[in-house]
Design a binder for this molecule. Sequence first.
Ligand SMILES: Cc1cc2nc3c(=O)[nH]c(=O)nc-3n(C[C@H](O)[C@H](O)[C@H](O)COP(=O)(O)OP(=O)(O)OC[C@H]3O[C@@H](n4cnc5c(N)ncnc54)[C@H](O)[C@@H]3O)c2cc1C
Length: 1059
Amino acid sequence: MCLRRLLQFSPLQRAWRAAFRKHGQCGHQGAWRWTHSGGGPYRAVIFDMGGVLIPSPGRVAAEWEVQNRIPSGTILKAFISGGENGPWMTFMRGELTEEDFLQEFGRLCSEIAETSVPADSFFSLLTSEQVAKQLPVMTEAITQIRAKGLKTAVLSNNFYLSNGKSFLPLDRKQFDVVVESCVEGVCKPDPWIYKLCLERLGLQPSESIFLDDLGHNLKAAASLGIRTIKVDDPEVAVKELEALLGFTLRKAPPNTRPMSKTMEIPVESLEKHLKALLGTRTTGPLELRQFDHGQSNPTYFIRLAEQQLVLRKKPPGTLLPSAHAVEREFRIMKALANAGIPVPKVLDLCEDSSVIGTPFYLMEYCPGLIYKDPSLPGLEPSQRQAIYTAMNRVLCRIHSVDFKAAGLGDYGKHGDYIPRQVQTWIKQYRASETSTLPAMERLIEWLPLHLPRQQKVTVVHGDFRLDNLVFHPEKPEVLAVLDWELSTLGDPLVDVAFSCLAHHLPPSFPILRGLSGCDLTQLGIPTAEEYFRMYCLHMGIPPTDNWNFYMAFSFFRVAAILQGVFKRSLTGQASSTTAEQSGKLAEFTSELAWEFAIKEGFRVFKEMPATKPLTRPYHTWAGPRSLLSTPGVRSYTPHPESSSARASKGALVVSPEGLSPPVRALYEQLKQFMERHVYPAEPALRSHQASAERWTPAPLLEELKEKAKAEGLWNLFLPLETDPERKYGAGLTNVEYAHLCELMGMSLYAPEIFNCSAPDTGNMELLVRYGTEEQKARWLPPLLEGRARSCFAMTEPQVASSDATNIESSIREEDGFYVINGRKWWISGILDPRCQLCVFMGKTNPHAPRHQQQSVLLVPMDTPGIKVIRPLTVYGLDDAPGGHGEVLFEQVRVPKESMVLGPGRGFEIAQGRLGPGRIHHCMRLIGHSERALALMKARVKSRMAFGKPLVEQGTILADIAQSRVEIEQARLLVLKAAHLMDVAGNKAAALEIAMIKMVAPSMAYRVIDRAIQAFGAAGLSNDYPLAQFFAWARALRFADGPDEVHRAVVAKMELKHRI
Ligand SMILES: Cc1cc2nc3c(=O)[nH]c(=O)nc-3n(C[C@H](O)[C@H](O)[C@H](O)COP(=O)(O)OP(=O)(O)OC[C@H]3O[C@@H](n4cnc5c(N)ncnc54)[C@H](O)[C@@H]3O)c2cc1C
């Protein structure tokens, strides 16, 4: 089935509206255009300005006099005083400047009034923007006249303002000819100026009609043969003009049509009712039209004299008691208007069926713009943004109404709105089911199981969409929210979701034009998520996690409605084409609903916390008990160290979305910092590393460190269990930190910027865990503040250091000091000028049992006898300024207090140090890999080879897929290790730590290698971070202990614990 063709179908719009019991009031005024001409013998209409197009100066003067206690009639007398040569007429001919005129006119007024008259204040009022603006009735009339092909002119006695421009507060584009007395030097009623106007129009006097409020001006026109209309009341004058021209000058509201026979209402009876209701304001005939939609509750437009009203009534016939409740609409609109919500003002509810056959209510007609197309064609991006913001704001205002105070406490039930709605629409759907729609079946099972746990209760509109809003024609302001038929009390998020339906529908969707596939950023329209977040921000609430549930429910509701339409059309209430179309649309929207249900399912899955340790398998080896009880079936035993107290510390959160709100906020903050500061700084930092100054720290990096510190993005690494009082760090669990650490791993420079880089993190953790108070006091502050850096010295060139028992450097006790001798290499960070501390591992007792020979000392880097021999390079990279150094320790003496924990406890410390600090590398490697994959994807989309983008090459696609899978696998294992460390301790997590250390570097190595390959030669260059990532991933296959050693550990444990 071709969806496009299906979606182009339009009769369904009616069905939709019927289903939603809709009405509308008006549309885009600009869309109104006549194509044929009319006007009988007349070919032009000439307008005077003051008193015809804009308010009369005489009337303005009369009001001003009352307000300023000036004797009534003073200004008028001054206007005519001196006749042709009086100051007013001289000013009109442009012979006086504004200043001279005001002086003379003021003096004249004061003489007439016999008191001082501030004529300039009157003049300011007369020419002010609020007074001098064109009357809407005239604007409408001019539009109609021009639409009929007739010409228009303005013939005005006016004057020059002090800015040198003539006073003409009109849009000149409305007129074919403008004749101004001050410009021509001649005033009406001089016949010359009328002739000039006719000449410019190119017409005979008999072909034009002239409107003026002054009798002598009209007389002069009439004597030339021009047809005239005296304007006392502009509304009446327009009616007179209509009669002369023979066509209407009052625009029929958009979306209305003449009443159809079947929808007629008794006009006389209605007119009587209206006259009783509106009193004197009702002279003139009653104009009655019907709105195109609103078949459920028929809706009419009424014009009676100056009144423009909308009447909404129940349909005729027997109705269910709750259906078509116009009384409810009337009630809520009245209450909301009182609460300050923009709704059309309701005037009267008539429940007496004898008037027009059914109950009805009346409201004011609200002119303005209704945007039917959500892409808002013809507007600027900033205007679109403003329209959607206004829409969002008005919804917030509706949802913020204190409904009890507004008298709506009993307008609906107060709880369980969503469960009730879900059941209602399931029932509706079942009642109209014609065949099985698989998505609907799934949703019927799914929705009740995923109901929101908490719901607010507010006024709910029930059908909140862009095309139910009337906007101000000139500014992004909602003048009225229409169509309250489905309103009730309920969960406000249903309205928010409903207002985002269009975002997910195609532009050709027949009943609601959609936005899917449009470039919203370019259009300036907020995405559904942005719209939702905007709502939450305005309402001051945190973004709801289960937003996708609301979208699923909203589309489910639409699908159920469409199915109802389909069923009705099958039973002969609509054409067979409609039947076919709406059935397909129901299926389409049900599938959309299910897509949201899937998204929600993934969110729930991602946030699923781990269950308690005693009920959940942690280790992947089978315990003896399980083998005894159920042979052959794999079950799991928790490590003895596990305890429920520990379990409460952590949850296995598999994606950042599942982090607790504060950690999530921290994550987002970190992400933004990376985007705003770190990635943009990378090229400069890379250049620094390649420059001659590279052995001094980059000033830019120091700047970024200060920024990060100021934002609190600092020392995030210390795990909660090491630092339970959060004395030193952010107090994150290992799982929480894993997500943040991965993010830092996206850039090689980021870890140091946040003071979370190796080897300092491991050393700081060592100090917190095992250091004496003195050791902590001395070394922790400079390291935690990022002023100092440190190194860890274990590896030695002369022995296979992957076996730490081989370490030969000696630590001898001498005169209350420890004296160190030995050669170390690959000591990362030792070349950094900021490196102040060396955590040194050496042998204190070669005769002790193998694992008790080693000890750890804290050695200040300025201790005599430490000699850095050379920096080592990794694939030619020297990793400045920290570097990896080869170092000689010759007779290096440190006080005995420098010993950590005690002699022979080096292994114990190394084991502890190898906990969290060691999997940080793995977390960062996941970040390197994600970044490499992201760079690769962007690159292959933009490069063409052999006639098509690289991304279309099968091998590239396979590489992308492979990388994604490998990253996901490794991440899950990292998170599992971190989770175990949180809930069962580092020792219990030994297997997972070994496994991930075995997996992560080679995974990253492969993913980065594929990215480099896809990049071509550029991938090896210093222009991108790939080469450095690659070198580092490769190095980590040794630096964190060789792969083989980890493999040996895994194998050993596997053999030990599994039969
Ligand atoms: C970039 C970088 C930074 C480093 N930073 C530091 C640092 O800050 N401080 C520090 O002390 N050290 C550091 N190291 C050194 C690192 O810890 C050692 O390289 C590592 O422990 C291996 O020791 P080794 O080089 O002596 O290799 P060896 O022990 O000589 O091993 C050589 C190879 O033998 C094989 N092998 C070893 N054991 C087994 C086994 N059980 N089964 C099978 N095969 C095996 C492996 O393939 C191994 O790669 C760093 C290394 C690099 C590359």
